[in-house]
Design a protein around this ligand. Sequence first.
Ligand SMILES: [Zn+2]
Length: 84
Amino acid sequence: MPMYEYACEKCGLVFEAMQKFSDAPLTECKACGGPVKKLISQTAFSLKGGGWYEQGYSGGGGGGSCASAGSGGGCAGCPKAANE
Ligand SMILES: [Zn+2]
């Protein structure tokens, strides 16, 4: 079930709501009843756009820029850890 983020235009509260696609979007703040607007989360996209990604791939030195790549764990979404 997708998670949606809403921001209240009255009190500024930001909250998440799990809704089905078929559910109507929320219109009222759960705290004050004011109007809310749906937010589009940019978190995942901004993380992927980091410069380290390109540098880590073209470097090829093994060390890379990922601090945890050498320990076998790798970070979430670390290209080296995923491929080897
Ligand atoms: Zn509110």
